[in-house]
Design a protein around this ligand. Structure first.
Ligand code: AGP
Length: 623
């Protein structure tokens, strides 16, 4: 996944672009670059390996002077290793056409062969460079039929760009400029996120709104198959045939402070602390009054269709999958048969789904390629798909029949935290709505559960009070290389999530296991002093988890137990992390918080790059 930014307007173009890239660095950060056009009709291009800072210093060493427009890119490599030659923007043979791209051009090898046969010379291993040469080739074609006169340069470039885009197969969000048309940026979208920021006599393009939010909150969400012409005076939208399209403008309600660290050392810690508010936002206006199925009403799921839903099939990746697995337990405890599968392992199941199975796809970014692919398979099978996502206008919303936004605000840290709680909260509300509409839940129970849910934000705040204790506790564990997380039933997904958090930001080995599995193998790995973290909050399985904890302790494990005031009396551990008591159905949203904080402080002690862990990107837009 990569980030692209474009700007046309009166500000210092390179400053706007570099500032925008810094807000997109979480999308990928192994190399970056920018290209600027000027009324002298020449292109200024700078690229750098590594972080945006490297690019900024290259630009300041050789400042570009006055420029009209520009495009920029931060990369997470998919084709070609991360180096300057493979960094975007890429240019054609003349150096006058430059392109930035997020996505994968699936037919780039065939296009590259054809272009090489026409004597195009390539300087990188990327799929993106093909686009620049393709536009160059189309420019020759179009110029022959239109002629190149000063007053037709922009339409000629548009037509060449349009023809080139029509030949691309795969996913792309593009920005392109031509030296001869410095006041215009062309852009196009297919399956990769692209938004246009509409300013006063200036306009922006980006992979997401945080790159230009400080300048404007007015945005256009670009749809698949749309071409955008960006000038100072405005943005125009066209379909792939070149037919002009009307477009609705939206207003983003995030302010920039939400997208910046807000005084925390890392985005991840900020986002952990935002969870009380973000869960409140997820529930706002959707839980009460109970009599109306506010959630189904909002997403447009008709009551008669809801009543016909025979079972639920959840698909997702990573942390979103752990939320989906927790959702499965909630649905089943409320009487609804439910499966949860990794989206990347869904291939064989899609065609076997009963037509009345509701498929729920979970994705914070809404751009995870595996999840979107699984959604398409479910759609092909004739199933209704509901997307749970945090990203307005994301690709998954276009592929699904219904969308439930978690409204958590931007989640910048690669390690997902508040989005996880938002996904859990979404499942809680969906399960209550569905169970009620299928007549499986008495009104008094619905009311009891809803009142309990409304307590979540304050219980989250209370749980965050463990932070100092956890920070201190991690000092004794920061050198550990192996962790085991164990839990049962509705807490089992929390064990998986706790292990993933430590793995992805501290780079140490950690496994989450169903505690009932210990005797079937995992107990063999326990050595003296090995940290075993048990989620042992009040539940129908407390006696069983207590036994598993004893087995681990007897073999030398150093036990850390997540407990509540009730269960603490019934389990023995070396360290206790006591969280507020909440109904078992919703306990995952509380018991995960100490594990998020534990992972954060272990990573801090180990001096890891918490917001941008090695080898990871915020959203995996390739399969
Ligand atoms: C979680 O901390 C990771 N960043 C990763 O597992 C993530 O949850 C997964 O890639 C799914 O992303 P999505 O929710 O944007 O689809």
């Amino acid at each position: 996944m990569c980030g692209i930014v474009g700007y046309v307007g009166e500000r210092k173009v390179e400053e706007v672009l570099i500032d925008g890239l810094k807000r997109l660095e979480y999308r990928g950060y192994d190399s970056c670059g920018l290209a600027l056009a000027s009324s002298e009709m020449e292109i200024y291009r700078k690229r750098a390996k590594g972080r945006i800072e490297n690019l900024a210093s290259a630009v300041s060493k050789n400042p570009p002077g006055l420029r009209n427009s520009g495009i920029a890119h931060t990369r997470w490599a998919t084709h070609g290793e991360p180096n300057e030659d493979n960094a975007h923007p890429h240019s054609d043979c003349s150096g006058e056409i430059v392109v930035v791209h997020n996505g994968i051009i699936e037919n780039f090898s065939q296009l590259k062969e054809e272009l090489i046969a026409k004597e195009h010379v390539f300087s990188s291993q990327t799929d993106t460079e093909v686009i620049a040469h393709l536009i160059e080739e189309k420019l020759k074609e179009v110029s022959k039929s239109f002629g190149i006169k000063h007053n037709v340069l922009e339409p000629v470039f548009f037509e060449a760009f349009r023809r080139a885009v029509n030949l691309l197969k795969g996913s792309f969000a593009l920005g392109a400029i031509w030296a001869k048309t410095p006041d215009m940026i062309l852009s196009a979208r297919m399956q990769s996120p692209l938004v246009i920021g509409a300013g006063e006599n200036e306009n922006f393009l980006s992979s997401d709104v945080s790159a230009f939010l400080k300048y404007t909150k007015k945005v256009y969400f670009v749809e698949d198959g749309e071409i955008v012409v960006l000038r100072r005076g405005g943005a125009n939208f066209f379909d792939l045939k070149g037919k002009k399209k009307a477009k609705e403008i939206s207003t983003i309600n995030w302010d920039l402070s939400m997208a910046e660290k807000g005084g925390y050392r890392h985005f991840m810690l900020k986002e952990i602390h935002e969870q009380a508010d973000s869960v409140e936002n997820t529930m706002a206006g959707r839980l009460l009054p109970l009599e109306e199925n506010k959630v189904f009403e909002e997403i447009g799921l008709k009551a008669e269709l809801a009543a016909k839903i025979s079972e639920v099939q959840i698909i997702a990746c990573g942390t979103a999958f752990h939320a989906g697995l927790a959702g499965r337990y909630v649905f089943e405890k409320l009487g609804i048969k439910t499966s949860a599968d990794l989206a990347s392992e869904f291939e064989n199941r899609a065609a076997l789904l009963d037509k009345n199975t509701l498929v729920i796809a979970v994705s914070q970014s809404g751009e995870t390629a595996d999840t979107i692919h699984a959604v398409k398979m479910a759609k092909r099978n004739g199933n209704n798909v509901l997307a749970i996502t945090n990203t307005l206008g994301s690709s998954i919303t276009r592929e699904s029949d219904y969308t439930f936004y978690t409204h958590c605000g931007p989640e910048i840290g690669v390690a997902s935290t508040k989005a996880f709680l938002g996904q859990l909260t979404a499942f809680y509300m969906l399960a209550l709505n569905l169970s009620k509409s299928k007549g499986l839940l008495k009104h008094e129970n619905l009311s009891k559960y809803s009142q309990e849910l409304l307590r979540l934000p304050s219980l989250i705040k209370d749980t965050l009070g463990l932070e100092n204790k956890i920070e201190k506790l991690t000092e004794a564990f920061s050198s550990k290389e192996h962790y085991l997380f164990i839990a049962r039933d509705i807490s089992y997904p929390v064990a998986l999530e706790g292990a993933l958090k430590i793995k992805e930001i501290s780079y140490v080995h950690a496994e989450g296991y169903a505690a009932g599995e210990m005797k079937h193998g995992p107990i063999a790995i326990i050595e003296q002093g090995m940290p075993v973290i048990a989620i042992a909050t009040s539940s129908s399985q407390l006696d069983l988890i207590r036994g598993n904890m004893e087995e681990a302790r007897a073999r030398g494990a150093e036990l850390i137990a997540v407990v509540d005031e009730e269960s603490r009396k019934n389990v023995k551990a070396k360290h206790y992390l006591e969280v507020p008591l909440i109904n078992e159905l919703f306990s995952a949203a509380i018991s995960v918080i100490p594990l998020q904080l534990f992972a954060y402080y272990i990573a801090l002690q180990r001096k890891c790059d918490i917001d941008k862990p090695r080898n990871l990107a915020k959203s995996v837009t390739v399969r």
